[in-house]
Design a protein around this ligand. Structure first.
Ligand SMILES: Cc1cc2nc3c(=O)[nH]c(=O)nc-3n(C[C@H](O)[C@H](O)[C@H](O)COP(=O)(O)O)c2cc1C
Length: 205
């Protein structure tokens, strides 16, 4: 499947074949592929919470509002979080780049000093705003990657974030929930959703 075919065939699927299971290995591959997304300063602030356990799904059920079919029939869900403490992971990236020969030891040290400074000076508001965009991009990548693997998806903003964070035992001072994505094999078919004519939403200068 080409990228264009994935873009054109993706639809928000709300009911899946509940008998389809996707291996953890394939899930990891899809997350790795989605993570090729661009991000501000390559800080990759997205964190993935993969939800498969039926007992956890049952606990989350009261908090997904009208999105119960996606929760119950998808093979798995991914909660995408924006990590407000993303600079804590910077040494990992710096080390990878050093080992790859992209930076010298001195450059790596200088970059770490810069990251340490940013960590203490950047506001939560700017980390939140910037991360929202980065997480949106990785979310779309994940839905297209899922298509490429033969699966369907639905992005969901309709869930109770406070209860999700509590049930999943996540640190609310560090992580901001951005979007929930269900992934599985579509049951039945949907008519394609429509879009504004490009002329109505485009300004050429
Ligand atoms: C940020 C965001 C939140 C959304 N939340 C929900 C949701 O809670 N439940 C749902 O069924 N669809 C949700 N959608 C899917 C949209 O309804 C869907 O993308 C839109 O109607 C266009 O349809 P399509 O994705 O099939 O092209 C959401 C989409 C986005 C981008």
């Amino acid at each position: 499947m080409t990228v264009l075919e994935a873009i054109q065939s993706r639809q928000s699927i709300r009911e899946y074949d509940a008998n389809v299971t996707i291996s953890q290995e394939e899930i990891k591959t899809m997350l790795e592929e989605a993570g090729r997304a661009p991000s501000s300063w390559n800080l990759q602030p997205w964190r993935f919470v993969v939800i498969q356990d039926p007992a956890i799904k049952a606990q989350l059920k009261p908090y997904v509002y009208f999105n119960v079919p996606q929760l119950e029939t998808s093979s798995f869900l991914v909660l995408i979080l924006n990590d407000l403490k993303r600079y804590d992971l910077f040494p990992i990236l710096n080390d990878l780049e050093l080992k790859a020969g992209y930076v010298t030891a001195e450059q790596a040290q200088a970059r770490q000093a810069k990251a340490d400074q940013a960590k203490t000076t950047r506001t939560l508001e700017s980390l939140d705003r910037e991360g929202l965009l980065d997480c949106g991009i990785v979310a779309q990548n994940l839905m297209l990657v899922a298509k490429g693997h033969g699966y369907d998806s639905c992005p969901m903003g309709g869930f109770d974030r406070d209860h999700f964070m509590k049930i999943l035992e996540l640190d609310t001072s560090r992580y901001k929930p951005v979007v929930l994505i269900s992934i599985g094999k579509a049951k039945g078919s949907l008519r394609p959703s429509l879009r504004f004519p490009t002329d109505a939403i485009t300004i050429f200068k």
